[in-house]
Design a binder for this molecule. Structure first.
Ligand SMILES: [Zn+2]
Length: 164
């Protein structure tokens, strides 16, 4: 476990001040956020939230994939989610490459990824519009559920709502 020793040490400190034992698995603020895996994004902090408040779904590019839809269905009907914010960000690596580029880069490592779809983002606005539409039109989620989009600026910390 030596590769994770720093994390276990960090957790030992965390436990000393742990006060969240009373939280449940329901989203206390009725919110789900779909955002990117980018390590500069602190979803709870940037939205003024705390543990227990929201479901956070992360993947490369903040894309609404089949697995995100699956998770949102569970979040809405079982875990108290009543609104969804899709939150991509500025300077996203997924906007700088195509799926073909990724296949070429992994090929340099001797790995053939052509059977994977990376959902890279050539146009962030149109990708976000597509992803919001996927949530709004799926037959599996409530038609009247608020679904919003906003771009997080990793250089200023500011969230920029978009009307798409
Ligand atoms: Zn990103």
């Amino acid at each position: 476990m030596s590769a994770f020793d720093d994390l276990l040490a960090g957790n030992a400190e965390y436990v000393k001040g742990f006060t969240n034992s009373g939280l449940t698995g329901r989203a206390a603020r009725g919110l789900a956020v779909v955002t990117c895996m980018d390590s500069r994004i602190d979803p709870l902090g940037l939205l003024g939230l705390e543990a227990g408040d929201a479901k956070i779904l992360r993947n490369a590019g903040a894309r609404v994939t089949d697995d995100v839809l699956r998770t949102l269905v569970l979040a809405v009907y079982l875990l108290g989610v009543e609104r969804v914010l899709v939150m991509p960000h500025t300077d996203c690596g997924m906007t700088k490459v195509t799926d073909g580029d990724v296949h070429d880069l992994t090929q340099l490592h001797g790995v053939d990824t052509r059977s994977l779809e990376f959902h890279t983002v050539p146009d962030q606005d149109s990708a976000l519009r597509h992803d919001l539409t996927r949530i709004r039109t799926t037959p599996f989620l409530p038609k009247d559920m608020p679904v919003g989009g906003a771009i997080y600026d990793v250089h200023t910390g500011r969230l920029m709502p978009v009307s798409l």
